[in-house]
Structures are given as C-alpha cells and as structure tokens.
Design a protein around this ligand. Structure first.
Ligand code: A2P
Length: 271
C-alpha cells in the first residue's frame, strides 16, 4: 500500500520512495528493476551518483506507465549557474532516456550561485520538462536567501533526517512555507539500528528497527527514500503501511534527537 502526498504545486509524490545513492552503476539496473517489481514507484537519483543510466533503463524496461512513476534527479555542485544548469539537465534527461522528470533539485546550496541556478530550474519548470522543482541540503537560512529572489517556491527540501538528526529549525520553516520535507539517509546509513529503544519498540510492534524508523518519517509527513541493494530489505522497507506508531512512542523517538550527522553539513559543500 502506497500513500501519496500533494506538493505545493499540486503534483502528487509517493511518500515512500527508493534512493540509489552509492548504488554502483553496474548494479543499478538490477536494483531498481527489483524495487519497481516490488511496487516502489518513486526513484531518487542524481547526476552525482553516476547511475542515472541504470535508473532510466530499469524504468523504461519495466513496462510501468510513465505517469505512474515519480523520478527525481539533481544538479551537481560544479554545474551551478543558469546556462550550465540547463545543459546539466539536458544531460541528465538523456542519461535517463526520459522526456521529463517529476522533480529536479539543486543538490547543495553552493554559496552565491544557487539563486541563479534556481532561475534555470524555474525555466525548466515553466517549460514543463520537470513537474516540480526543489532543493536539497538547504537549511532555513539558505531557503530565506533563495526566497528573496525566487519566483517559484521550492516544492521540496531534501535533507539528512532521522531520529537522531531532526533539524527542527529547517523543518519548521519548511512547514510554514508549504515546502515538503524529504529525508535522505532516513536510516542514518544503518548506524544505530541496534539502539536499545528502537530494538525494544520494534519488538513491541513486531517490526524491525528500520521499519519502525521509516514509519516514524511517514507519520511526521516526511517523504522518505530508504536505500537498499538487498532484495529482502527492499521488501521489508516498504512493508510499513500496516501499522501505526502511537503518540506516546512517537514522542519517545522524537526525544532521540542529538544532532548526529552521517553526511556532510550543508555549509560544507562536497566537491
Ligand atoms: P543494504 O543496501 O545492504 O541493505 P540510508 O537509506 O539511511 O542511507 O541507509 C542505507 C543503508 O542501510 C545501507 O547500508 C543499507 O544496506 C542499510 N539498510 C537498508 N535497509 C535496511 C534494513 N531494513 N535493515 C538493515 N539495514 C538496512
């Protein structure tokens, strides 16, 4: 069972997606083909991941109609600027072998350049080659800078988010502005799945700690894109619509926040 969430421009996004960060190019076709077979309908890639070809081929050969699928890709840090971004988008589209994407994101807020890059995303949106546009790794201060010159409000901000990194200032600002929050590394790269509270709550609900965390994201209204190259874990991660975490236990998870990052800080731009 999938649920969809409406973005601020009316586009529908499957709330549970499938991330392919660090899936090696040669493994991507099989991994995504299997995810699609299982029922994932939202795939999150990026030019930086180097695996758009495999994602595109799995999509094209799946036999699933394009309208049922939601595909995200992102412009990398060395492609910022108006014209460069337009060219980078064309290249991503060609690698994917698609004629539009559903969501195009600025991957990181490269200082001074991202407002101009956003203008290119606005053009792509108006040209209808992407159904929605958004950002990734933007903190509230980046979003406020962007807001000073934007014509189109971002539909999404995709940030590192999990119970031990809840980014409340950015999440609150996104909620105020109608920007959907998407969680990357929603399982914190499996770094603390053995946390005693997660293990205990998992047992209580007869779910794995990973399923429990994914459900926590869904109940916070976050879009969530867990990654797994393992077929059993892919299936496990989508079996999260048959239970509900009660308010008391949601609060216990909310109390795990300790600012623990597994990826780069948004003010520390990866090259
Ligand atoms: P694998 O690909 O071998 O399944 P994130 O999405 O937070 O970046 O986490 C991805 C990491 O978590 C990967 O190392 C993945 O390993 C692992 N992982 C994904 N799903 C599960 C799961 N259900 N149980 C345990 N580990 C998982």
């Amino acid at each position: 069972m999938q649920t969809k969430r409406k973005l601020n421009n009316g586009t529908q996004i499957p709330q549970l997606g499938f991330g392919v960060y660090k899936v090696p190019a040669e493994q991507t076709y099989d991994t995504v083909a299997h995810a699609l077979e299982l029922g994932y309908r939202h795939i999150d890639t990026a030019s930086f991941y180097g695996n758009e070809e495999g994602v595109g081929r799995a999509i094209r050969e799946s036999g699933i109609s394009r309208e049922e699928l939601f595909v995200t890709t992102k412009v990398w840090n060395d492609d910022h600027g108006f014209n460069r971004t337009l060219r980078a988008f064309e290249k991503s589209l060609a690698r994917l072998g698609l004629d539009y994407v559903d969501l195009y994101l600025i991957h990181w807020p490269v200082p001074d350049l991202f407002p101009e890059t956003w203008k290119a995303l606005e053009k792509l949106y108006h040209d209808n080659v992407t159904k929605a546009i958004g950002v990734s790794n933007f903190l509230d201060h980046h979003l406020k800078t962007l807001a000073a010159t934007q014509e189109v409000n971002p539909a999404v901000d995709q940030i590192e988010l999990h119970p031990k990194l809840q980014q409340k200032d950015t999440v609150d600002y996104c909620r105020e502005q109608g920007i959907a929050v998407e969680s990357w590394s929603p399982l914190a790269r499996a770094r603390y799945l053995d946390d005693p509270l997660l293990v205990q709550l998992g047992e209580k609900y007869k779910k794995s700690p990973a399923q429990f965390i994914i459900r926590w994201h869904l109940q916070h209204d976050f879009v969530v894109i867990p990654k797994s190259t393992n077929k059993d874990r892919q299936r496990q991660n989508m079996t999260v619509f048959d239970f509900n975490i009660d308010q008391h236990d949601m609060t216990l998870l909310d109390q795990l926040d300790e600012g623990l990052r597994v990826g780069s800080h948004p003010d520390n731009i990866p090259q």
